[in-house]
Design a protein around this ligand. Structure first.
Ligand code: PFF
Length: 455
């Protein structure tokens, strides 16, 4: 159709290439590192239930919306939104979705890279036998020593940023598809192995109960906000990462099916990670609410004890780093492509965006040691960044996308892009994105700050 834009950055070779790249973006530290620790901090089952509800009611519709906007706009989020706003006869200010997304991506990557650095450092620690037969205390001390050393953290953060930039400057298509094609199934199998091992532990059922038996007394108002924020974070929504991948999506691909596959795979990985980790937590008398160090303080205990643990453990941290890597690429991609559209070479754009992110990451590094006492709104720098991006910026971004797509874009355009014909699919999407998603986001915000609800 003549009024459809085309992408200057090329197209995916197939629907699978898109699924792999988007899954690569979605599956990352959010699933394996963040999901278990925030579940632990927020009391387990009830939190998981709210999170799952948010994935279905808010996450999947927003993912469809974001892919739709990307494919229709065929450009970086800022330019795509500008183009779409013009097409819809709306104000150009809607491009702010692109701006805030770019900012969110950059802020997220600045701490994401530091945590990915932990994973990288654990490859070395595991392969060199640090955790062989190690007691929970020894494992805990190792983690504490890493956090206490700004120099080590900086080294691993730098390495991870360099790895990310190297891929980004060569263009996303090269290598990413292949890496993800191999990585995802392997990571999945390895998680199954870990769950299998956890099953052999005395406290497996306690882990299962913790994850799946909701006790609503244990979840707070803030916990609900964190669950919703995590639905956005884990699916890479609300900041344009999925939009930009959607921009490379061929015309005749079903957006609904693809989104469901991606969200399903992402959720499965998170639940498997939870099933692997909590039995280890309970069997070793550890604290589920231990915070961001949870997987780094629990999994090595299992690797230290299980047969073949050196191999499995090393492989696990390699795969975790890989998963973080494919997510990191998508976090920086909107900024890089935007700079490219402004005339920068891809090389310069990548190095510039990477360097700024790297510098910002130093704030996160220091928040774990020298500046751990410095609190803003009662949060360390890292906590504040995480909170601000995942729980506020991403849901707001998603909210704005929903309003734009459902209320401002011509129905005929969204209908054409989603390509679901006259079946109930389009009506369901439209209802969710028009009413449920925006109201849901607002409701959770108001609830979290105590303006509605009891307490
Ligand atoms: N979804 C990624 C994860 O779960 O680790 C994190 C992420 C990547 C968030 C890309 C946002 C994004 F745009």
């Amino acid at each position: 159709m003549s009024n459809k834009a085309t992408s200057i950055h090329g197209l995916w070779t197939s629907r699978w290439a898109f699924i792999l790249a988007a899954t690569g973006s979605a599956v990352g530290l959010g699933n394996i590192w963040k999901f278990p620790y925030i579940t632990g901090e927020n009391g387990g089952g009830a939190f998981v239930l709210v999170y799952l509800a948010c994935i279905v009611i808010i996450g999947i519709p927003i993912m469809m919306t974001e892919v739709l906007l990307g494919r229709r706009g065929r450009s970086t989020p800022i330019n795509a939104m500008k183009r779409l706003a013009v097409e819809a006869g709306a104000h150009k200010a809607w491009q702010i979705i692109g701006w805030s997304g770019m900012l969110a991506g950059f802020l997220i990557l600045s701490f994401y890279s530091v945590i990915a650095g932990w994973a990288l450092s654990y490859i070395l620690a595991t392969v060199s036998g640090t955790f062989a037969d190690a007691s929970p205390e020894v494992v805990g001390e190792h983690f504490g020593a890493l956090l206490g050393s700004p120099g080590s953290l900086l080294f691993w953060h730098t390495l991870f940023m360099v790895m990310t930039i190297v891929v980004v400057l060569r263009g996303v298509e090269h290598g990413l598809e292949k890496a993800v094609r191999f990585l995802m199934p392997t990571l999945f199998i390895l998680l199954l192995v870990m769950v299998g091992y956890s099953m052999s532990m005395g406290e497996f059922m306690r882990g299962v109960e913790f994850l799946f038996k909701p006790d609503f007394d244990k979840i707070t108002q803030e916990g609900i906000l964190i669950a919703m924020g995590h639905a956005f974070f884990t699916l890479s929504l609300g900041m344009g990462a999925i939009m930009i991948y959607g921009a490379y999506l061929p015309e005749n691909t079903s957006i609904a099916k693809t989104s469901i596959v991606i969200a399903g795979a992402d959720t499965l990985v998170a639940l498997l990670a939870g099933l692997a980790i909590f039995p280890i937590v309970f069997s070793n008398g550890l604290e589920p609410g231990a915070g961001p160090g949870l997987i780094f303080q629990t999994l090595p205990i299992a690797f230290g004890q299980m047969p073949g643990g050196l191999f499995f453990g090393t492989l696990f941290f390699i795969l975790l780093s890989f998963a973080a890597w494919t997510s990191a690429i998508s976090l920086i991609e909107p900024a890089v492509t935007w700079l490219v559209e402004r005339g920068f070479t891809r090389m310069k754009a990548s190095v510039l965006a990477g360097a700024i992110t790297w510098v910002f990451g130093i704030g996160t590094i220091l928040s774990f040691n020298l500046m751990s006492d410095v609190k803003i709104f009662d949060k360390t720098f890292f906590d504040l960044l995480d909170y601000l991006t995942a729980n506020i910026m991403l849901p707001l971004g998603g909210f704005a996308m929903a309003i734009f797509a459902a209320w401002l874009m011509p129905r005929i355009v969204t209908k054409d892009e989603l390509g679901m014909g006259d079946g109930p699919g389009y009506a369901i999407w439209s209802f969710l994105v028009k009413y449920i998603t925006p109201i849901g986001v607002i409701f959770v915000f108001l609830y979290a700050i105590g303006l509605i609800g009891e307490k």
